[in-house]
Structures are given as structure tokens and as C-alpha cells.
Design a protein around this ligand. Structure first.
Ligand SMILES: Cc1cc2nc3c(=O)[nH]c(=O)nc-3n(C[C@H](O)[C@H](O)[C@H](O)COP(=O)(O)OP(=O)(O)OC[C@H]3O[C@@H](n4cnc5c(N)ncnc54)[C@H](O)[C@@H]3O)c2cc1C
Length: 396
């Protein structure tokens, strides 16, 4: 008899899990509380869906035990993911390793997944809010309760995502369902998020975008450095390099540590090199004030801020800010934290507490760097969970 697999959540991980389970010959029911599947997926990469990355950063995956992620990521790697989507019809473009559909539309990714689900006869039920997961009527089965119905299945895959972003469906629901089943939840915190900083008057630099680097220091010790386009805002700092360090900053604040960032507005120069550059600029234009010497190097608003620094070179190379908090969950792209990975098998994504319960995607305590890594995690963990949940007793 074929197994019945119930997938809770129709985001990236749930859609992939449903495809995988159906391809492995299970009868699959996918339950999504929104009126449509893939609401968050549709918003990814500014609507263009940066769905994976061919460059594996050393710190691409983070969490209490980041190595956990490589169980699924090695089973379903980037090349396999690109192959999977190209066979479904997604022609890809590669922008410095960041992979997008050539259509430039995340909606195409949703469309091909839905088409595959339809072809595989998966029952996609939207507006179905799962409230509880209980042992089923028959031994070894599970009952999935929604506001209106109870579904019975041999396996349940929880792929409920996180509470990051304002997109409908982003909530703590997944953590609650996992918690009801006795799973420990590592405190979810906003990640890939702008940072609020203390003190200086930021209204003067608000709106500036400039190349630079940001070094994160925890209790005075440098921990991470990222380079790219910094965005200076009325509350502090944003932009991709800030997103990349944000999960470490937010978790350190939550743990009560002192968090500081050092901005380098000219990372291509050493302090000595920069001093020599100013020397030369002064020689060329001895009639210019310090502020005027900065024209051509930095945007005007940033010059106003830097010119106030007592030591100009230090101001440019090590502009120090104290981080006070992250922006809200609503403005975060993802959450760090989630279901404790010590209670999940990395090989199968099955709960170690309950046979037949599986997890996939962002609701697990694994978070990726910005650049397609979070969707890759959703695809890999979803594919493994779906395939394994469809296995009959005794099958590998
Ligand atoms: C603005 C934005 C841009 C992003 N851009 C990128 C990018 O370019 N590349 C990248 O790799 N990552 C990106 N991310 C992150 C990425 O979107 C997520 O990590 C990924 O979508 C997580 O997939 P998921 O399936 O685990 O969760 P989700 O996509 O959040 O799906 C979970 C689903 O479960 C449903 N659900 C929850 N609880 C229940 C319940 N009780 N009953 C029924 N249904 C339920 C929700 O409604 C939701 O549809 C971005 C995120 C945001 C917010």
C-alpha cells in the first residue's frame, strides 16, 4: 500500500518535499494556510528568486551546529538543484555565482513546482491552517488537524518557515507545532536584517550608499568582516555586508554581549596608504579645505559626517558604532534559531523523538548567508525529507 505523506506549509521547502514524496510514489497532501502557496518564495531576490549559489562560502550555513546542514546539502547539492529546476523548465542565469531563473521572475519557479505537483497528483489544499498534530487512529499514523478537518497520514513533514518578514504566513506557528510534539526550540531571532546603532546623528547620512566594509566586534574582539555596498540609514546601517554579519550581532546582543561595528569607507587602502593619498591630494590642491579634499572620494552626505571626525584617517578606516538592536522580525529576511537540530536526523530529516515526523526548511535551527543559500537549504532539506517520508518500512 502506498504511504500517505502530509506536508504542512507550501513554501519552498514544503513544495520541494511534496514533489520528492510524490516522485517516491507516496500519496501526498500539502496543507497551506495562505490562499496561495509560495508567498515568500515569490518575494525572494526582489521578485527574481536567487534560488541557489554555486560558490560555497566557508560560513554559508550558520546555527547552533552548522554542520548539521551538510547532511542534506551533500545529498542534494547545488548542481543537483540546478539540474532539478532546469528539467522542470527553469533556464538559469549565473551572476557571480548567484543563480536566478532567466525569466527574472520568482513566479516561474512557483509555476513549474505547481505544475509538477499537479502532474504527480498531489492534493494542494490552501486556506488550511494546521492547528495540531496528534497520534492517528491506527498505530504509527499521524492525525493533522486544521481549523476545519483532520487528515490522517503515515508521515508528516513540517515545513512552516519562520516569523521573518511581513509576508502573510510568516509566524511562530511552526515552532508551536514542533513544541507541542516535545521539540526544543532555539530562540528564533531576526537575521539578514538592518542594524540599529547608538549615538551619532544618523539623519545626516541617511540615504547614502557607498562601497566599504564592516567588521563586527563582540565584546571588543573582531569576529567577522564583510565588504560590499553599505547603506547608511536614519537608524544605523544596512546593505548586504550588514545583512551577512547581522545574525551574529543579533544573537550576541540577545546573549548580553557588547556589540560594535567598525566601518571602513576605504577598505582598498591601509591607514598609511590613505595618509599618503591625502598628502598627494593636498599637494595637488593646497587651496582646498579638508572637506573639499574629500570631494570625489565620498558622497556629499558622508563627507559632512567624516569631516567632523577628530582623526580623519581613523574616521574613514574605523568608524565605530555601537549596535543596540536589530530591526524588527518584519524587516528581517530570515530567522536564526528554530527546531533544535540535535533532535533531528541529518541523514533523513526525521525527528529523533517521533517516527514519521520530519522537518524541512527555515523552521530548523539552520540559517544561511544572503545569496541563495537559504533557498538551497529549503530545497535540500525538503528533497531529503520528502524522499525519506515516502519510504516504506524496511526501505533505505
Ligand atoms: C524579502 C525576502 C527575500 C528573500 N530573498 C531570498 C533569496 O533571494 N534567496 C534565498 O535563498 N533566500 C531568500 N529569502 C529567504 C527565503 O525566502 C526563505 O529562507 C525560504 O523561503 C524558506 O522556505 P520555507 O519553505 O522554509 O518557509 P516559507 O517559504 O516561509 O514557507 C512556510 C509556509 O508554511 C505556511 N505555514 C506556516 N504555518 C502553517 C500552519 N500552521 N498551517 C498551514 N500552513 C502553515 C506558511 O504560510 C508558509 O507559506 C528571502 C526572504 C525574504 C523575506
Amino acid at each position: 500500500m502506498e504511504r500517505t505523506v502530509i506536508v504542512v506549509g507550501g513554501g519552498a521547502a514544503g513544495l520541494m518535499a511534496a514533489v520528492a514524496a510524490a516522485r517516491s510514489k507516496a500519496r501526498v497532501i500539502l496543507l497551506e494556510q495562505n490562499e496561495k502557496v509560495g508567498r515568500k518564495l515569490a518575494a525572494t531576490g526582489n521578485g527574481r528568486c536567487n534560488f541557489t549559489n554555486t560558490q560555497m562560502r566557508r560560513d554559508a550555513y550558520r546555527g547552533t551546529s552548522p554542520d548539521f546542514a551538510y547532511g542534506a546539502l551533500e545529498k542534494v547539492n547545488v548542481q543537483e538543484t540546478i539540474g532539478f529546476f532546469s528539467r522542470l523548465g527553469i533556464y538559469t542565469v549565473n551572476k557571480d555565482g548567484w543563480i536566478y531563473p532567466r525569466s527574472g521572475q520568482a513566479l516561474s519557479v512557483i509555476e513549474v513546482l505547481l505544475k509538477e505537483l499537479q502532474y504527480r497528483k498531489v492534493k494542494v489544499k490552501t486556506r488550511e491552517h494546521v492547528t495540531e498534530i496528534l497520534p492517528g487512529k491506527n498505530p504509527g499514523q499521524w492525525a493533522v488537524k486544521t481549523d476545519t478537518w483532520t487528515y490522517e497520514g503515515d508521515a508528516v513533514i513540517l515545513a512552516c518557515g519562520s516569523k521573518a518578514s511581513q509576508i502573510p504566513g510568516s509566524s511562530e506557528e511552526g515552532y508551536r507545532l514542533a513544541g507541542q510534539l516535545g521539540h526544543n526550540i532555539v530562540e528564533p531571532l531576526p537575521a539578514l536584517v538592518p542594524l540599529c546603532c547608538k549615538g551619532k546623528s544618523f539623519s545626516s547620512w541617511s540615504g547614502v550608499r557607498t562601497e566599504g566594509s564592516v567588521t563586527l566586534c563582540i565584546n571588543g574582539i573582531p569576529l567577522k568582516k564583510e565588504t560590499g555596498e553599505l547603506q547608511l540609514t536614519e537608524y544605523g546601517i544596512s546593505g548586504i555586508p550588514v545583512f551577512q554579519i547581522s545574525r551574529y550581532a543579533v544573537r550576541a546582543l540577545w546573549e548580553g554581549s557588547q556589540v560594535q561595528v567598525l566601518l571602513d569607507f576605504m577598505p582598498e587602502f591601509t591607514p598609511e596608504g590613505l595618509a599618503a593619498l591625502f598628502e598627494e591630494r593636498r599637494k595637488n590642491c593646497p587651496y582646498k579645505s579638508t572637506k573639499e579634499l574629500l570631494v570625489g572620494m565620498f558622497p556629499a552626505k558622508l563627507i559632512e559626517v567624516l569631516a567632523k571626525e577628530e582623526d580623519l584617517i581613523q574616521g574613514i578606516k574605523e568608524y565605530s558604532l555601537e549596535v543596540t538592536k536589530a530591526h524588527s522580525f518584519e524587516s528581517a529576511q530570515i530567522c536564526s534559531g528554530g527546531v533544535d537540530v540535535t533532535e533531528i536526523s541529518p541523514e533523513t530529516m526525521e525527528s529523533k523523538l517521533h517516527k514519521g515526523i520530519y522537518f524541512a526548511g527555515e523552521m530548523i535551527d539552520i540559517d544561511g548567508a544572503c545569496g541563495g543559500y537559504n533557498l538551497q537549504w529549503a530545497w535540500s532539506s525538503g528533497m531529503v525529507a520528502g524522499t525519506m517520508a515516502a519510504r516504506k518500512e524496511g526501505e533505505l
